[in-house]
Design a binder for this molecule. Sequence first.
Ligand code: BJW
Ligand code: ZN
Length: 246
Amino acid sequence: MISSRLISKLRTAESVAVFTGAGISAESGVPTFRGSDGIWKKFKPEELANFDSFMRNPELVWEWYKHRKTIIASIQPNPGHTALAEMEQRFRRFAVITQNIDNLHRRAGSKTVYELHGNIERNYCTGCGKFFADAGIMAGPEVPRCTSCGSIIRPDVVWFGELLPAVVWDKSVKAAEGAGIFLSIGTSGVVYPAASLPLIAKRAGAYVVEINLERTDLSDTADEVILGRSGEILPQLVPYCPQKPA
Ligand code: BJW
Ligand code: ZN
């Protein structure tokens, strides 16, 4: 059930920013990080998601990323991703700001996508920065090495203690500040600086809506919390968005 307040906001909004986390991809079969089914119940983040650990044990970290690359390559965007791609066509300004590295928003048809934590389909050399496609990485040795300088190649994702890509971050802050409606979808909101975006949007005057299976630290600040699966809720918002321009 969509509230009459949100319906009226959707009908009149010019600018929408959407902030997504692992929860939006859960219905596609990508495990989330935290919570009862989270992958960090099985793997310790500090062993896998920081650069020092990677350099200490690249075999383990690459095994984990190759496993996830295989899962992600085999799954499809779900109705939540598709609804956001449809919504993008109905508003003057619309941006998807995602913490996800799974590329599912683009595969669903979203055009303006800001990837705060990188993209698992890209890889680069820790020595010279050269980019490498997945095909060679997956078929190659356990720990892939650069064909130009011999250094270890890493996935193009942002680990703990690393800076987010500056241009992507700046665009995300601008989208949050300019949004009439800000949707925070399927994120626990515990990883910063990403988790500050809903607060930036709220401070700048956006109507902040959280969509999640459960309440989070954002819930008390949000204007509205919709508890449920994003793949079921987001398609229900589309009919209330303005019609596509002829
Ligand atoms: C559904 C659903 C359905 C499920 N429908 N909902 C102390 C205080 C504050 C900050 C720090 C601190 N100490 C260190 C920091 C900084 C640190 C940080 O934030 N740490 C906190 C965890 C304490 N941040 C960083 O290090 C960042 N960089 C940085 O700050 O740079 C400055 C700096 C430089 C030098 C030194 C220190 C600072 C970088 C953060 C990088 C995060 N990277 C990861 C891994 C990416 C690569 C990979 O995937 O392998 O990004 S961590 C992981 O968490 C991943 C995610 O993008 C991110 C967020 O997780 P997300 O998406 O919220 O997933 P979950 O699982 O947590 O939540 C899923 C939610 O979905 C749940 O709420 C479910 O209920 C819900 N759900 N099904 C709707 N169907
Ligand atoms: Zn190199």
